[in-house]
Design a protein around this ligand. Structure first.
Ligand code: C2E
Ligand code: MG
Ligand code: MG
Ligand code: MG
Length: 287
């Protein structure tokens, strides 16, 4: 009896495995054609300095729209690309496209996400440098976003890579900070420009003391280390005020702007200052 149950469970498990493997294969197959079919695009979300809500940069966020599946979100397909070599192809497309679009902005940087596998690839530094040289872009206008996972597995090698990138003038942001398994002891080894506080903490700030406490300590840590601190996922005026009190240096989130297309981003880059809806009366746009 037990044996049969066992078998039954195994069979059901196998079926669902088959299905999820088939699904992954379809996603992989679709992704491998996505560039050729022109199904990829980038959305740009402004990163805003607390002073005057100046738009200092834009994060490039990958979008995939397919006939077969409709729009697919990066949290769904990036992990699948990450488990195959596709991540390199997609990553190269993202970098090339964002460097092209960057040229239309007066001075802002573009902040590009790199997955752990991209960051650990052989000669990552040379690869990135080749791209900016080909496009004639200053490295200081490119921010490289990596997560704790990418750098804490092989901390010494990662520290060396970041050091070299920073020497060349690239900006480095540690993304989703607080959700990985970073050791605070290790963090001083890395050449960084800023920490991005994960939006789960910003989201919890108004409800739980714990999240508010975590936000305050991350801001403290960042400032003590001389880093910028970008709060991600800012959705309300109350959060802006709390983050101002905590001392965050930059904001990013739906409260300021959704991720937008390249045309809108160019207009926003030219205007340069975002008007906070709740403070429209007080803010003076520069001519
Ligand atoms: P991330 O790098 O942490 O990007 C921020 C995510 O938060 C984006 O989701 C953005 O749309 C979302 N977001 C921004 N403001 C708000 C807000 O106020 N509220 C809420 N609820 N969400 C907000 P998205 O575009 O779906 O991207 C998800 C993740 O996929 C990114 O997280 C990043 O890890 C990854 N990703 C996106 N584009 C790329 C890419 O080109 N390469 C790689 N390797 N990963 C990428
Ligand atoms: Mg990011
Ligand atoms: Mg993030
Ligand atoms: Mg994330």
């Amino acid at each position: 009896d037990a044996k049969q149950n066992g078998r039954g469970i195994v069979r059901v498990f196998d079926d669902s495995m088959d299905e999820s493997i088939r699904f992954r294969r379809r996603i992989e197959g679709g992704l491998s054609q996505s560039i050729k079919k022109g199904e990829l695009s980038l959305a740009y979300q402004p990163i805003v300095a607390r002073e005057g809500f100046e738009v200092v940069g834009f994060e490039a966020l990958l979008r995939w729209n397919t006939d077969e599946f409709g729009p697919v979100l990066p949290d769904m397909f990036i992990p699948i690309a990450e488990e195959s070599n596709l991540i390199h192809e997609l990553g190269d497309w993202v970098l090339g496209e964002s460097l092209q679009v960057l040229k239309d902005w007066p001075g802002q940087y573009v902040s590009v996400n790199f997955s752990p596998r991209q960051f650990r690839r052989h000669n990552f530094v040379g690869h990135i440098l080749e791209f900016v040289q080909k496009h004639g872009v200053e490295p200081s206008r490119v921010q490289i976003e990596i997560t704790e996972t990418a750098i804490f597995d092989d901390a010494d090698r990662a520290a060396e890579t970041l050091y070299r990138l920073r020497q060349m003038g690239f900006r480095i942001a540690l993304d989703d900070f607080g959700t990985g398994y970073s050791s605070l002891y290790n963090i001083r080894k890395f050449a960084l420009d800023c920490l991005k506080i994960d939006r789960s903490f910003i989201d919890g700030m108004g409800r739980e003391r714990e999240s508010a406490a975590i936000v305050h300590s991350i801001v403290h840590l960042g400032r003590a280390l001389g880093l910028g601190v970008i709060a991600e996922g800012v959705e309300s005026e109350a959060q802006v005020q709390a983050l101002n009190l905590a001392g965050a240096s930059h904001f990013q989130g739906f409260h300021f702007s959704l991720p937008i297309g390249p045309e809108q981003a160019r207009e926003m880059a030219e205007i340069r200052y975002l008007v906070d809806p709740s403070q429209r009366e007080d803010v003076c746009l520069e001519p």
